[in-house]
Design a protein around this ligand. Structure first.
Ligand code: BDR
Ligand code: CA
Length: 317
C-alpha cells in the first residue's frame, strides 16, 4: 500500500476523506495531523479522533497543529460545517487523547520513519505543512508527492476567486507550492463535481455498520441541489475526492501548469493564478519562477469512477 498522511480540519468532508483512507486496501494511513480551518484546532482534533474510532481505526496517531494561520487572524467556517465543525451530528466524544507531540513533530517523525516515500494529503489550510517545510526541509527527501485539496482554476468559494483552504492561509499555500516536490492540485474545479447519488446516500445511512452509516450521515450534510423527482439529495465527496486521486490517479486528468498564489491585499488575495495560456509545444513548458511553481492541476475528473470507488471502499466489510 501507498504510505499516506492526511493533514485536515475535520470538517464534514475531511471526515469522509478519513473514512475512505482507513478502508482503502491500497492506502496505509500512517498519521493524521490537525489544523484550524473549518473549526478551531481543538474541535478538529476531537472530530478527527472520533471519526477514526467510528471507522474502526483507533490506533492511528493524531496530533494537534497550528491554531491559526501564519499571518491571517484565526477565523472559522462553522456556518458551513456546524458549531462542532462536523455537521452537529451529535457524535460521541473520543475515548483517547491526541499524541503528546505537535503536528509538525509527528509529520517529521512519520515521514522520516516511513520505509517508502510518503504521499502527503492536505485537505485543509496549509499552515502545518508550511511550518513543517520550513522547520524540517529534509522531509522532502522522503515525500513522494503532495496531493492537496485547495485552490481553483476558475471560480472560488471563500471569495469570487479564492478557495477556502488557500484563502485561509495564503502565505502557507505559497510555501507549499514551492516545496520542490511533485504537487497535485485537487481544486474546486474538480472538487465540486464528485457527488454521490441520493439513493446511495440513503443506503449508506441505513447501514448497520457504524463507519458506513457515518459516511451516509456526512454525505447527507453535504447536499447538492434537490433532486427533481423529490429523491434524497446527492451528497458531495469534497475532500475525499483528493484521497481518491491518490488511490486511483487515473480518474483525475491533470496538466502541469505554472501556479502562483496571490498574496496581495484586496480582492484577489488567496487566488491560485493558473497560467493556462497556450504555449508553442507542451514540452516547452516554463521552468516556473521562484514564486510560480509547476503544479499538476486537476482539470477533469471521472465522476462515476470516483463515486464507485468511494462506495465500494466505505461499504467494504
Ligand atoms: C475546503 O474548505 C473546507 O471547508 C472543506 O473541508 C474543503 O477542504 C473547500 O474549499
Ligand atoms: Ca477540509
Amino acid at each position: 500500500p501507498i504510505p499516506v498522511i492526511i493533514d485536515c480540519d475535520t470538517g464534514v468532508d475531511d471526515a469522509l476523506a478519513l473514512l475512505f483512507a482507513v478502508r482503502h486496501p491500497g492506502l496505509d494511513l500512517r498519521a493524521v495531523t490537525c489544523v484550524a480551518g473549518n473549526t478551531d484546532v481543538d474541535g478538529v482534533v476531537r472530530n478527527t479522533l472520533t471519526v477514526l474510532e467510528q471507522a474502526g481505526a483507533p490506533d492511528i496517531p493524531v496530533a494537534r497543529g497550528a491554531a491559526r494561520p501564519l499571518i491571517e487572524p484565526a477565523r472559522s467556517a462553522q456556518h458551513v460545517h456546524g458549531a462542532d465543525g462536523m455537521g452537529d451530528l451529535g457524535l460521541p466524544a473520543p475515548s483517547r487523547a491526541p499524541a503528546p507531540v505537535d503536528a509538525v513533530t509527528l509529520l517529521h517523525r512519520e515521514i522520516l520513519a516511513s520505509p517508502r516515500p510518503v504521499t502527503l494529503i492536505p485537505t485543509a489550510p496549509l499552515t502545518n505543512i508550511a511550518l513543517l517545510l520550513r522547520t524540517h526541509p529534509e522531509v522532502t527527501g522522503n515525500i513522494e508527492r503532495i496531493v492537496f485539496m485547495g485552490g481553483a482554476v476558475a471560480t472560488g468559494n471563500a471569495t469570487p476567486v479564492a478557495e477556502f483552504n488557500v484563502w485561509h492561509d495564503p502565505e502557507a499555500a505559497a510555501v507549499l507550492l514551492t516545496a520542490g516536490v511533485p504537487i497535485t492540485m485537487y481544486g474546486l474545479d474538480v472538487f465540486t463535481r464528485v457527488v454521490v447519488p441520493g439513493a446511495d446516500v440513503r443506503r449508506l445511512r441505513a447501514s448497520a455498520e457504524p463507519g458506513t452509516r457515518l459516511a451516509g450521515e456526512l454525505l447527507a450534510h453535504r447536499p447538492s441541489a434537490p433532486e427533481p423527482d423529490g429523491d434524497d439529495p446527492a451528497g458531495g465527496l469534497g475532500d475525499a475526492g483528493a484521497v481518491c486521486a491518490v488511490a486511483d490517479p487515473a480518474g483525475l486528468t491533470t496538466r502541469l501548469l505554472p501556479v502562483e498564489v496571490s498574496l496581495a491585499p484586496g480582492p484577489t488575495r488567496g487566488q491560485t493564478v493558473v497560467d493556462r495560456r497556450p504555449r508553442p509545444g507542451e514540452s516547452e513548458i516554463h521552468e516556473g519562477t521562484r514564486e510560480q511553481a509547476l503544479v499538476d492541476v486537476g482539470l477533469d475528473v471521472d465522476v462515476d469512477r470516483y463515486v464507485k470507488l468511494y462506495l465500494d471502499t466505505v461499504e467494504r466489510p
